[in-house]
Design a protein around this ligand. Structure first.
Ligand SMILES: *[C@@H]1O[C@H](CO)[C@@H](O)[C@H](O)[C@H]1NC(C)=O
Ligand SMILES: *[C@@H]1O[C@H](CO)[C@@H](O)[C@H](O)[C@H]1NC(C)=O
Length: 147
């Protein structure tokens, strides 16, 4: 009986130990920009994922016209990440960016709020930077999203 219990415990603990030798807890976003003009809007960035060095960095870009807002199922160029904007309200100064890995052995999902009015915010927006452009925003640093 003792032997059986020991075997069961061993099986249980190795099931927890198995998953992955390496798992970083963040995705890195660089060159994040947002732009709204009188004809179109766009958000773009480069995504680097230390858990998936073989298919990142990848460029991520979504573009829309007529004030439609970003495509809710837009993916990055490598097709392995959704870029989502839950609750999008046509406000480049304040919105949520969510990224999700589409497939792979390490599931990932995380989000961050970009708020240009927060104290010390690295999300910097300029209104009417040029004719025909309503607002242009850049993230002035590397942004880490916990996943
Ligand atoms: C990803 O996380 C967000 C919260 O940040 C949650 O609302 C969403 O349902 C999650 N999506 C998946 C596919 O787990
Ligand atoms: C970005 O940050 C650097 C250093 O903190 C600063 O000098 C520069 O003006 C910032 N750029 C913008 C667009 O805010």
């Amino acid at each position: 009986m003792k032997f059986i219990i020991a075997s069961v415990l061993l099986a249980a603990s190795s099931a927890f130990a198995v998953p992955h030798a390496k798992r970083d807890s963040y995705i890195s976003i660089t060159d994040l920009i947002g732009r709204d003009s009188i004809t179109d809007g766009s958000i773009g960035f480069t995504l680097t994922d230390p858990n998936y060095p073989d298919d990142t960095p990848t460029d991520c870009y979504t573009f829309w016209v007529n004030g439609d807002g970003p495509d809710g199922s837009a993916r990055c160029d490598n097709a392995e990440y959704y870029m989502k904007f839950p609750g999008w309200d046509d406000n480049f100064n304040l919105f949520t960016l969510e990224v999700q890995r589409v497939s792979g052995s390490i599931p990932e999902n995380g989000s961050v709020v970009l708020d240009s009015s927060a104290a010390g915010s690295k999300w910097v927006c300029v209104d009417n930077p040029e004719s025909g452009v309503n607002i242009n925003c850049v993230y002035n640093a590397t942004l880490l999203i916990s996943v």
